[in-house]
Design a protein around this ligand. Structure first.
Ligand SMILES: [Zn+2]
Length: 88
């Protein structure tokens, strides 16, 4: 599997570290209840088909990417840099 890093170009999957579903970016508010945090921290889907995942270009530019791919066919539809809300 090859991943198209927006900075480095298309690279082998072994250069990247897989973090998990892109929904991990939707962190609950600090005051959210225990059930909300339990679901965020411990419950994972195991989808078959098109997904959006977080990948870290560990052996490349060090960027975090959201990669859209199909878990059944391993087809990669695209990759984009993770946008942060940090103003500084
Ligand atoms: Zn890169």
């Amino acid at each position: 599997m090859r991943i198209p890093c927006p900075i480095c170009g298309t690279r082998d999957r072994r250069e990247f570290y897989y973090q998990g579903a892109a929904s991990l970016l939707d962190r609950p508010a600090p005051g959210a209840g225990g059930e909300v945090w339990h679901a965020y921290l411990h419950l994972r889907d195991n989808p078959a088909g098109r997904t959006r995942d977080l990948w870290y270009h560990e052996a490349g530019c060090g960027a975090w990417l959201v990669v859209e791919r199909d878990t059944l066919t391993h087809e990669i539809f695209g990759a984009a840099l993770v946008e942060t809300s940090d103003a500084d």
